[in-house]
Design a protein. Structure first.
Lengths: 396, 181, 396, 181
C-alpha cells in the first residue's frame, strides 16, 4: 500500500503549490473536527513579518561557521527571525528602526572567485534584502562590533578596513552609495562622535578623531592616554548616547571615560578591582586576580549607568578567557554594586537599554542565556542560540 | 491507510495552474514527472491494502503512539511524523508560516500523520522555508514512512526549495493539506 | 616596552614575507642552539604535497555547516589534508588516483545571486584546483555518495539531478566537459555498471539500467524486486568490483545482491537478522528488533566479502537511528560472523579495502573513531573529524 | 625584552623587495603603513624597559612557564605563545609548512616566545595558511602579548591572508624568524 499511495502522493506533493497560487487545494475535504490549536482545516502557506527593532530584543551572530544573526525576544526567549549574515560579517541597526545593515564580504565561488564587499540592506519588518551597496574593502575578522558603526542620525556608515593598510570606508546610507576611504593608520575600534564624525583608538595610546568623514575627513590625535601594548584597552567599548560619553576597560581593568566631541576628553582611569574592594590588577606574571576578559567583555545600560563586565580569575594576558562572574559597575560612583555568578563560563555579554534590563550571554557551545539584569537570575536558556557577538537596538 | 483520489486532485491542480505564467518553468519541469508516472507498474499488493486502513493502537508507529496535539514547537507534535529540519514554529514562523524574509517552497515532501485526538490520518505537506540561513532551533528528524531518493516525495533529506528566489534552507513547516481518507 | 617593541614589530611583521620571496630574513642571526625538534634556525614557509590516494585513507565530509573533506590516514589517525568541498557537495575519487572530483553548487553571493553547478577538479597530490567543469544542475541533498559516481575507467562522471525532475548529468572527465542530461524519472542511487553505463534503483521496485549514457542512453527496467515504499532499500549500497556485484540492504534488513550487466540479475533476498540467528525483522509497529539504520549504514570489504552494517534496537521506521553495533555479514555465507559493540551511537560507517581492514565511524558531535576491522578495537579517536559521509579510495 | 634592530631589518627587507613585481600591489599597500609609522609618538617608558630583558621564572607568563619543546601538535608547544586557530602541524602541514593546497600568507601577526630549553626569546611569525576550508584540528588560542586591532600585527583574530589567491582561513603556522635579542 505504501508503495502505491506513496508514489501517487508524490505526484500530489510535486503539485501541492503553496499560498495564493493554489486554491484547488480546498478540494480536499477536511476530516471531522478535533481539538487542535492549529485546527484541522486545509491551510495555505504564508510568510510572517515582525515589528521594527524593539528595546527588549537581542541579536546574536551564529558564529564562525554558522551564518545568520538570530533575533530573540528577551522576555519570552523566543526567536523572532534571522537576519541573513555571512561569515565574518558585521551588523549595524538603523537608528530609525527601518533597516538592518550587514557589512559583508562574499566570494563569487565560496572560497574562490571574485571578492565582493558590500553593505547588504534588509528591511527590518520583512527581513527581505532591499539592496546591496558595494564598498571597496573591509577587515576580515570575527567577534567585533566596532568595525561597522553608524552616525547617530543613521545617515552614514563607517566600515573599518585592513588590507593590511588601516582605513575607514564611508558609506552614504541615505543615497545608498560608497563615498570615500579615509586612511587611518595605526588606529581601529570606531567610536560614535555625533556632530563630528567618528573617533578611534590608536596604537600610540591616543584617540584619533575624524571630523567630517564624508567631506574633508580631517584627522586629529589627542594626547596618549593608555598603554596600547602594555595594557591595551578592549575595543569592545560602551557608549552612553545621552552623555555622549564612551567608556573603556583595559586588560588590567582600568576604566576610562571619554567625553566625545571635536577633541574628546579622557578621564583619569580608575581600577575595576579597586571599585570592588580589591587591590588593582597588574601586568606582571604570577599575580592572580580577577581580570576582565572574553570576546565581548562589557555591556552598558545607560538608564542605570551600569557597566556589566565579564570577569575571570587568572593572570595577566588571559584577556580572552571566558567570564565566570559579571561585575556590575556603577560608572559614575566608581563602585562595583553587584557581582553575578555565572553557571558556566561565557564569551559574550550584552544588555538591553531598558529600565529593567535583561542580560544575554552565550558560550562556546552556542548556548544562550537570558538573565535578569539586577539579580542575574536565569530567565531563559536557548540551545544553539549562536556563539557570536550579541547586539541590542540602541536605546532612545 | 490513505485513499483520497490522487488522480482527480492532480487534474484539478493542473487546471488551476494552466493559466498562470509565473510558475511556468516549474510546471514544465513537473510535467516530466507527471508524464513519466504512469510508466511505473504498481505493486499488486498496493490496492488491496489501501482499502483497509488500520488505525488501531497496534497499527500505530512509535511516533504516532506518543504524538501530541498541544505544542507545535516540539518534535512530538502529531503533524511532524516525517519532518526533518528546524521547526519554523521555533524560528519566528508557525506551523504553516515561514519566518520573516523566507519564502515557502511551492513543492514539498509529504507525510501521512495520525491526529491522536480523533484517530484520523491527514496528508501533511512539509514545505521548506527558503532564503535565510538555517534556523538551528528545534531540530527534528522524524521518519514515519520516509523513504529514499528514488521516491523523492517521501524523502525528507532533500532541500525542498524549488521555485523560490533562494534555495538556502531555513526551516520546515507542516501544512495540513487534507484528510488522507 | 611592549608598546614600543610591539609597534616596531608590527612593521617587521607586515614585511615578514614568506618563502622564496625573501632571503633577507636570514639577516636575523639565530640564537644559540638548543634542543628542539624543529631547530632554532630561521625558517621559510613552504607548502606540503601528499601521496596519491592510499588504500588506508579515509575521506570525511565536514558536515552540514562545515566545508571541506578531510583526509585521514587510518593507521596513524593523522590528517593528511583537506579537499575543498562546499555545503551539499559530493566527492568522487579518480580511479587512476590523479584527481579528486567535487560536484558542487555555489551561488555567486552565498545564499543568493547566480547559481553555479560544477565539477571542481583537484590534483590529488597538490590538492590545488585544476579546473571547474560547469554542469546544468544537480540534486541538493546531504549525506549521500550515490549522487556522483564515476565509470570504472574514470572517463565518465554521472551526477544525479533533481529539479524536481529526476535526471542524470553525464560529464566527460577526460575532455572536462558536460555531455548530456539523461532523464531518469522515478529512479535514484547510481550504481556502477562497467562496460554498460550505470544502473539505479526506482520507486516501482525495479532497477533501471542506462546503457551508453554518453551516447544513445537507452533505459531498461528489470523486474520489480523490492517494495520501494513498504521496505525501501537503503541507497547506501555496496559494490564488489571483482565480482561486479552490488549489495543492498532494506529497512527491515533484507539483503539483496545484484550481478551487474546489461540486464542485472538480482538474487532472492535473505534476512540479516536471520543471518545472526534472530527472527527476520518486520515492517509492522510494536515489533522491537535489531534494524539497520543511520545516515551511511553499510560498508563493504571486498577482500573478505564482508558487509559492515550499523544496527540499532528499535521499531520499523527508525531507519535513521544511529547504530549501536556493527554487524559483520559474510555475504556469500549469509552469516553474521561478528558483532562489534560501539561505545557510542554512530551515524556513518566506512571500511578500507585492505586485507586487514580499518573501520571509520563518526557521530553527530563530529567525533571520528578508527576501529580494527576484525576486533572493533578503537585504534584512534579524532575530535571534530567531521560529521558527514565517509569515503575510501576503491581497492584494486 | 626584545632588542633587535627593526629599522635595519626593514630597510633590508625593502631593498630585497624593490626588484620584485609579483607582490607590487601588496608592497604599495604596505607602503602606507610604513610611511605612517614614524608619526606615532613612542611612549617614553618603552626604550628604558626594552634595554633590560628579564627572563627569570618570575617574569615568565603562565604560558611560558608550562611551555614544552617536544610536541608541535600541542597548544603548549613553546612557539605557540600567541597563536590563534588550528595548528597546521595537525592538518597535514608542519610548524612552517602549509598543508597541501593551501598557501602561506606573506604577512602575519607575530609573537615573542621564550624557548624553555635555553631561556631565550624568539620572534615567531604566525603565518596563516589560506585557501582551504578551516581545519578543525588542534584549535589553540594563546594570548601572550596579544592586543587589539589598533595594533594589528599583535592581534591574532584577524584573517591574516593577504596576497594569497584565496582569503579562506585554513590553519596557522609558527615560523621562527629569528632571535628577539
Amino acid at each position: 500500500m505504501k508503495s502505491y499511495s506513496g508514489f501517487r502522493f508524490g505526484v500530489v506533493a510535486a503539485l501541492a503549490l503553496s499560498g495564493p497560487a493554489l486554491y484547488g487545494i480546498a478540494a480536499f475535504a477536511p476530516a471531522a473536527n478535533a481539538k487542535d490549536p492549529n485546527g484541522l482545516e486545509p491551510e495555505e502557506s504564508d510568510t510572517a513579518t515582525i515589528e521594527a527593532p524593539q528595546a527588549g530584543w537581542f541579536y546574536v551572530r551564529g558564529g564562525w561557521e554558522v551564518d545568520g544573526t538570530a533575533i530573540y525576544d528577551g522576555k519570552s526567549g523566543k526567536m523572532k527571525g534571522i537576519v541573513a549574515s555571512s561569515q565574518l560579517s558585521d551588523m549595524a541597526i538603523d537608528p530609525a528602526g527601518k533597516y538592518y545593515y550587514i557589512s559583508e564580504t562574499i566570494w563569487s565561488k565560496g572560497n574562490r572567485g571574485t571578492r565582493q564587499d558590500m553593505v547588504s540592506v534588509y528591511d527590518s519588518q520583512t527581513l527581505k534584502l532591499v539592496t546591496e551597496i558595494p564598498i571597496p574593502s573591509r577587515i576580515l575578522v570575527d567577534e567585533r562590533k566596532q568595525n561597522f558603526v553608524l552616525s547617530a542620525d543613521g545617515r552614514w556608515g563607517f566600515i573599518y578596513s585592513f588590507s593590511p593598510a588601516q582605513a575607514v570606508n564611508v558609506v552614504d546610507l541615505a543615497k545608498r552609495k560608497f563615498v570615500k576611504t579615509v586612511e587611518l593608520p595605526g588606529c581601529a575600534a570606531l567610536i560614535p562622535n555625533p556632530g563630528v564624525g567618528f573617533s578611534a583608538l590608536c596604537s600610540d595610546g591616543t584617540m584619533a578623531t575624524v571630523t567630517d568623514p564624508a567631506g574633508k575627513a580631517a584627522i586629529t590625535h589627542g594626547p596618549a592616554f593608555f598603554a596600547a601594548s602594555d595594557d591595551p584597552i578592549f575595543e569592545n567599548f560602551a557608549y552612553d548616547k545621552a552623555k555622549n560619553t564612551a567608556i573603556f576597560v583595559s586588560y588590567t581593568g582600568l576604566v576610562y571615560t571619554a567625553k566625545m566631541g571635536a577633541s574628546p576628553e579622557v578621564s583619569a582611569p580608575f581600577s575595576l578591582q579597586e571599585a570592588a574592594g580589591y587591590a588593582p590588577a597588574v601586568t606582571k606574571p604570577l599575580s592572580v586576580a580577577w581580570y576582565p576578559g572574553s570576546r565581548q567583555p562589557a555591556a552598558y545600560n545607560a538608564a542605570s549607568g551600569e557597566l556589566f563586565v565579564l570577569m575571570h580569575m587568572g593572570e595577566y594576558w588571559s584577556h580572552k578567557a571566558f567570564g565566570d562572574e559579571i561585575w556590575v559597575l556603577d560608572v559614575a560612583a566608581r563602585k562595583v554594586v553587584r557581582r553575578l555568578a555565572l553557571k558556566e563560563p561565557v564569551g559574550h555579554i550584552e544588555v538591553t537599554q531598558q529600565a529593567e534590563p535583561l542580560i544575554f550571554v552565550n558560550d562556546e557551545k552556542s548556548e544562550g542565556m537570558i538573565l535578569d539584569g539586577r539579580t542575574g537570575e536565569e530567565l531563559h536558556r536557548i540551545e544553539t542560540a549562536g556563539s557570536g557577538v550579541i547586539s541590542v537596538a540602541s536605546g532612545s | 491507510m490513505k485513499k483520497f483520489d490522487a488522480d482527480a486532485v492532480c487534474e484539478k491542480l493542473l487546471r488551476k495552474q494552466a493559466g498562470r505564467t509565473s510558475r511556468r518553468s516549474l510546471i514544465s519541469r513537473l510535467g516530466i514527472a507527471l508524464v513519466a508516472a504512469p510508466v511505473f507498474p504498481l505493486l499488486p499488493v498496493s490496492r488491496a491494502e489501501a482499502a483497509k486502513p488500520d488505525r488501531s493502537p497496534e497499527a500505530k508507529t512509535a511516533f504516532a503512539r506518543s504524538a501530541q496535539t498541544e505544542d507545535d514547537t516540539e518534535c512530538t507534535y502529531w503533524r511532524y511524523c516525517a519532518i526533518d529540519g528546524a521547526l519554523c514554529s521555533c524560528c519566528g514562523g508557525g506551523i504553516h508560516t515561514c519566518p520573516a524574509g523566507s519564502e515557502p517552497s511551492p513543492v514539498s515532501w509529504v507525510g501521512t500523520c495520525i491526529n491522536p485526538d480523533n484517530g484520523k490520518a491527514y496528508l501533511i505537506a512539509y514545505r521548506d522555508c527558503c532564503g535565510k540561513p538555517m534556523c538551528n532551533q528545534c531540530l527534528c528528524d522524524n521518519t514515519d514512512r520516509e523513504t529514499q531518493l528514488y521516491t523523492p516525495q517521501l524523502n525528507n533529506d532533500i532541500i525542498w526549495c524549488f521555485g523560490t528566489q533562494s534555495m538556502q534552507y531555513h526551516c520546515s513547516t507542516a501544512v495540513l493539506v487534507g484528510g488522507a481518507e
